[in-house]
Design a protein. Structure first.
Length: 507
């Protein structure tokens, strides 16, 4: 059966009556060449069960070895989050029924994580401008990912109602960093936007560090959203729900909003919120019950006997600290100053996911304003139609910079430039290849333009009289006819100039 909607309290009423408290657990799949405890490759999209070995399949006699690059990535993430790096930590076994983990336990970190504390500042859009919120970090710990189970049959794609299930163990054992926030309080009606902004900023951070591609749609960054409500800021925390594996920024925001409304309706009706995990349904925007939420003791943690503890030296940590790049917030401030854009304009760029391509386009020689125009305009429209991020479109910043240069040189009009961009997106080659193949060149021969103008005037004699009589705005009819005759390859401003001169009228 498909998910049925819960009773919901209007959002404004929910946040006026209750104080939401958030907790976000973000799992970052590290971009290492091999898995956390074995030498199997980690490439995305390989045929099922082709990237496995006795160790990640949990076969008897196999022993794990820690991936040094994964540990370095974890330390760098901790440093970027202003966390304390533990001088000594170790792995533990997390025991649970894992149908997609062949060992039937997960190697994780429990009470001795590699990074503790820290914070991440995020800017949240409000009607009065960006609001800065500091999200405090509880911990960041290392663990291995599980495999992927696909349930066949049924309507929901979940195990209930499925005819059978398929398991792909390629992902089992890939290194993960789980970053857990402290309770996020005081956000009120901005809670959904705060959750989205935090995940977006964390994604930007791990990408800047180069430790993960953080593609949410591929599962390399996933968010578990915890929400609880209480009557007021001075009251104890309410019972929380945990919505698992939310895989987009938009869905993170929607899941928080939905859970606030759902829990508010339960509490307002005199009911009790159940502590449970919940599933997010992207198609309907609903959450549905999963299972009752375990406590830590339910996992029966104990130290992993096959791995020695980790003890990062001060020298190693200091060396890794020196590798940290410019942080995303500092980079945005620098680019905002360089491009002379407002807070609102920079927020629009970030929200569109266009910061990287715009910066690269400017680096390839385009004017910042022109680069923003293309990436936030035509390309953002195409990306929205295709349901992808703008940076994932099959066009390079260098291509956009070339289109900008062709427009600025007068070789293309904006109309022609859009057709060139369409050709590049269609796989027809570089902008110059598209211009040559499609014959897209501005008609700049005044004699040819005057001939087209005379033809248009002959067909619109009454319009010519109106223009001579002082109704200059009527020139648009003739200009439009000339543009049609030249297949949009004339410069409309030049056509208007020649037209008025032909009729002896000043513009």
């Amino acid at each position: 059966m498909s998910a049925q909607p819960d009773a919901l309290l209007p959002f404004a009423d929910a946040v006026a009556t209750f104080d939401p408290v958030l907790g976000l657990e973000v799992h970052v799949e590290l971009g290492t060449a091999t898995k956390m405890f074995c030498g199997c490759p980690t490439g995305f999209g390989a045929p099922p069960n082709t990237q496995t070995c006795p160790t990640c399949l949990g076969l008897p006699g196999s022993l794990p070895v820690v991936n040094r690059v994964a540990v370095e990535s974890a330390i760098r993430i901790g440093l970027a989050l202003h966390s304390d790096i533990a001088p000594w930590c170790r792995f533990a076994r997390k025991n649970y029924f894992y149908p997609d983990m062949p060992k039937n336990y997960q190697v994780s970190q429990y009470d001795e994580p590699i990074a503790v504390g820290g914070w991440l500042d995020v800017d949240v859009p409000t009607p009065d401008g960006p609001r800065r919120v500091r999200v405090e970090i509880e911990r960041a710990h290392m663990e291995e990912d599980t495999g992927k189970t696909t349930h066949q049959g049924g309507e929901t794609g979940r195990i209930h109602g499925a005819d059978y299930s398929l398991v792909d163990y390629n992902r089992a054992g890939i290194p993960l960093i789980e970053i857990v926030t402290k309770p996020i309080e005081g956000t009120g009606a901005s809670a959904p936007e705060v959750a989205r902004a935090y995940v977006a900023e964390l994604r930007a951070l791990v990408r800047a560090l180069g430790v993960s591609d953080a593609h949410m749609h591929q599962g390399s960054l996933r968010c578990d959203v915890n929400v609880s409500l209480r009557r007021g800021p001075d009251q104890p925390y309410g019972t929380r729900s945990e919505t698992k594996n939310v895989n987009s920024l938009r869905s993170t925001e929607r899941a928080v909003r939905y859970e606030i409304q759902r829990q508010a309706a339960v509490l307002a009706g005199g009911g009790r919120v159940v502590q449970e995990t919940r599933h997010w349904h992207e198609d309907t925007g609903l959450t549905t019950p999963g299972r009752s939420k375990e406590q830590a003791e339910d996992y029966r943690y104990f130290p992993e006997p096959d791995l020695v503890p980790l003890a990062p030296s001060d020298e190693w940590v200091a060396q890794l600290r020196r590798t940290l790049p410019e942080m995303p917030a500092a980079r945005r401030r620098r680019l905002q100053a360089d491009w002379a854009v407002s807070d609102f304009e920079m927020q629009s760029i970030v929200n569109a996911g266009a910061l990287d391509p715009i910066e690269a386009t400017v680096a390839d020689g385009a004017d910042p304003a022109a680069a923003r125009k293309w990436w936030l305009g035509e390309l953002a429209r195409v990306a929205n139609e295709r349901g992808v991020e703008v940076g994932e479109l099959p066009i390079f910043p260098a291509d956009v910079a070339r289109v900008v240069a062709l427009v600025e040189s007068g070789a293309l009009t904006d109309t022609l430039a859009r057709r060139v961009v369409d050709g590049v997106l269609a796989g027809e080659g570089s902008p110059d290849d598209v211009v040559a193949a499609r014959g897209l060149k501005v008609v700049d021969d005044d004699a040819a333009l005057l001939a087209a103008i005379d033809e248009a005037l002959a067909a619109n004699a009454e319009v010519a009289e109106k223009i001579r009589g002082g109704k200059v705005q009527a020139a648009g009819v003739v200009v439009g006819a000339v543009m049609k005759a030249t297949r949009g390859q004339a410069d409309a401003a030049r056509v208007r100039e020649l037209l008025l001169a032909r009729l002896g009228v000043s513009g």
